[in-house]
Design a protein around this ligand. Sequence first.
Ligand SMILES: [Ca+2]
Ligand SMILES: [Ca+2]
Ligand SMILES: [Ca+2]
Length: 181
Amino acid sequence: MSVSVRPVKKAGGQRTSAGDVIFNEIMKNPAVPGDESEWFELYNPTTVAARLDGCVVSDDGGESMTLGQLVVPAKGFVVLGASVDPKANGGFVPEYHYTGVLLGNVGDELNLTCNGVLIDRVQWTELWPSGTGRSMTLGLGDTATVSGNDFLGAWCDAPAHYGDGTNYGSPARPNPPCPAR
Ligand SMILES: [Ca+2]
Ligand SMILES: [Ca+2]
Ligand SMILES: [Ca+2]
């Protein structure tokens, strides 16, 4: 029996397309030092669940991973973590465990590509929020879009604790608004 990658489709049968899922929160500089404590959150701003089986998360430097079975619910969130040990993640257990992608504290990229189509991309530099133990949080709420998260000003250091209180962030929950600056 040959193994084939199933086409990536939304629940309704449409292909996943640009902006159907976006990077919403990125824990690149966790309180427990080390790459295994990193995680990131995806948000589906559409009204249809998005299947990401076979999609690829990568940076521009050659790090990449191919996703297994993963569905981001309509208007919902999924957290992907380099560890599923709650002690590493501030008391939170990510839904999806990945390897092969590291999140640079002072500059890196995350690309999500499905069937060769770029679904979302975020590129950050040393100027972007990077508080220790604080996720970089997209403060756009319901207005978050594929291009809206391309700008430093759309993000902030997460303002509130989660889990055991060692990290700030909102894994698998809506992001709070960014504080006024
Ligand atoms: Ca890091
Ligand atoms: Ca983007
Ligand atoms: Ca969140």
